[in-house]
Design a protein around this ligand. Structure first.
Ligand code: CA
Length: 229
């Protein structure tokens, strides 16, 4: 449930806003003066702030500026005076929108919903899901570079991780040791294709139940390896 902070000194307006927002399924908290409003806006966890401009103590302009310095929470300014709007625009306070009193409650709710949806989209696009490969009990988190075997995390060196991931991403394809060496180690690397054999052995020790009978990375005699699915 989205939480909304209302900072408004006129209690009848605050209650009206609260009623309509609660009817729309929001959780609402009211502060009726500038100081407590600023404190709550800074310390609390809110999804949106509905902020009256003319407040005793610290006014809405100041609250908006101070909150914006540390948080991206959407802020809707509520103003009684038409000419405040020009001031809001001119100041570049970082408010997301404004509503002038008197407002229709349904319009207010619609604006609140629109800004919440926009903000959630922004957050959603910033946080991307990890890229994960899962094959029969093995989970490779490519983003976090972690490997889990039957739910238990195993430690892999960089090259072991790269090699395992490459094979798992190309299942059922046979790669020669030369191909794997070219793929995982760059040309300047010290070593030769025997390095591949050593790494395969180490990976098997971590992922295979019985390294003598590998279930994941198979040896194709005379050719190379493949990750079996
Ligand atoms: Ca006021």
């Amino acid at each position: 449930m989205s939480k909304i902070l209302i900072v408004e000194d006129e209690e009848s307006i605050a209650e009206l806003e609260k009623d309509y927002l609660e009817l729309s399924g929001f959780e609402v908290h009211i502060e009726t003066n500038g100081e407590s409003g600023l404190k709550e806006a800074l310390d609390g966890e809110y999804d949106l702030i509905l902020l009256d401009l003319m407040l005793p103590g610290v006014d809405g302009f100041e609250i908006c500026k101070r909150v914006r310095k540390v948080k991206n929470t959407p802020i809707l300014l509520v103003s009684a005076k038409k000419d405040d709007i020009d001031k809001i625009r001119g100041l570049g306070l970082g408010a997301d929108d404004y509503v002038t009193k008197p407002f229709s409650p349904s319009e207010l709710v619609a604006r609140v919903k629109a800004h919440l949806a926009r903000y959630e989209r922004l957050i959603g696009s910033a946080v991307q899901e990890n890229e994960i490969i899962e094959i029969r009990g093995i989970k490779i988190d490519k983003t976090a570079r972690r490997v889990y075997v039957n739910g238990e995390e195993k430690q892999f060196t960089t090259k072991e991780f790269d090699l395992l991931t490459f094979l798992a991403q190309n299942p059922n394809r046979v790669f020669t040791k030369e191909e794997l060496f070219r793929e995982i180690w760059d040309m300047e690397s010290v070593g030769d294709i025997a390095t591949v054999t050593v790494h395969i052995k180490k990976i098997r020790e971590k992922i295979e139940f019985d390294t003598a009978k590998p279930q994941y990375i198979e040896t194709i005699w005379g050719v190379g390896y493949r990750f079996k699915v």
